[in-house]
Write a protein that binds this ligand. Sequence first.
Ligand SMILES: [Zn+2]
Length: 474
Amino acid sequence: MGGVQGREGQKFRLREEEALKYVVVVPDGMGDHPLKELGGKTPLEAARTPNMDFFAKRGTAGLSRNIPKGFVPGTDVGCMSIFGYDPRRYFTGRGPLEAAELGIRLNKDELAFRCNLVTTEGEILKDFSAGHISTKEAGALLRFLDEKLRRAYRGRIRFYAGEGTGYRNLMIVKDGKREAEKAFCTPPHDIMGQPYKRFLPKGRSAGMLVRLMMRSRELFKDHPVNRRRAHEGKGEASMIWLWGQGFSPRLPSYAERFGLKGAVITAVDLVKGIAIHAGLDVIHVPGVTGFFDTNYAGKAEYAVRALRTRDFVMVHLESTDEAGHMGSAKFKVKAIQDVDRFVLGTLKRRLREEFEAYKIMVLPDHFTCVETRTHSSDPVPFLIYSNKEERKGPAKFSERTAAASGIVIQQGYRLMGMFISLSQGGRVRWMEAGPVGVHLTNMPVKLRHIGKGFGRRHPPDTVGSDSIRIRGKK
Ligand SMILES: [Zn+2]
């Protein structure tokens, strides 16, 4: 029961500290398939997760399809769904999301490409990150390229060095309609070890992109940065690789959409980019690395503090995804346990200390499978917990128990709306009902009337992978 019960004169407004707080925790790529080395369990099943289990047991679990059919299962698309935006409508590419993170405002006609620095060996694409080249070296190479090419292309293209990581840079093309609609590009991390020429941009407007990439090969060849790297036995930046293009998405803000003020805590540029487009604050936490040594507890603590002046916070953790890409069941179990202990454990304690009413949702953006070391489009398990209305959920949070609930959100982007508006529905009901206490909505029952495909049975063995397919819809 809320402190609002029976308080005359105040029954139409919740006081600030009594207002509902929303926390979404996203362990990137946490979902996975059963593994032989874990005795037929998934990493989430094998991990000790007392805090997630606490919330699941008193909450609701289900599956959410975050990657619409026809989309590559990436963090960009998966997180856009989690944020509540339909990727089919709003996802324009990875480039413009990262542009936002770099503080680049794109004009309407400006197309942003991700511009990786990659290493090739002969015809083979050896490394999509050019040996994790430093930002300083990348900056020197891109400035050089910008100088050499800008005039030739009459100022139509610009290069921007990324921040934090050297291989993630951007190229902006003015008046890029043709390149956006008629060029098909391949992410370099998908073609490691393969002959790169087969995967150069294709389509009617790919010519300029291919020419730029091949020209960068010539220009980078004897560049001092590369000579030094070769001397030190490091991978050279052999060429640029253009992909992930898109115009700036026009996302309705969280304030417009949900009437919420919120923030995001993440080490990943893409997620920051979506947050910025959604009008959410990006909160920097010291010691955040996006890797196993990240400051987990710090992220949770900053999340709680962010909620003192906001309604909503998302905490995104990258280590679970990294472990999947490394193909290590052991690291993945460890990463999940760390997220549970330090992030959810801290949240559980601190939210209780600070706030009257709060809701937590935990879900990954997609699967990152230890076995294949890559993402898949399987529907992901989610849990929702409200401290004001405890429910009866599964004893252990996992892919299997989530599937067994029979709840499947076929359009994952709708889940955020359900998470938020259902409770607002609850608030409205309370206002109408007068001082009878705070009613947070009865989750599963209400959900069945809202979600498309809701209540449809989805037994674990039919939750198959339907991963890689064409890029986007352009
Ligand atoms: Zn991801």
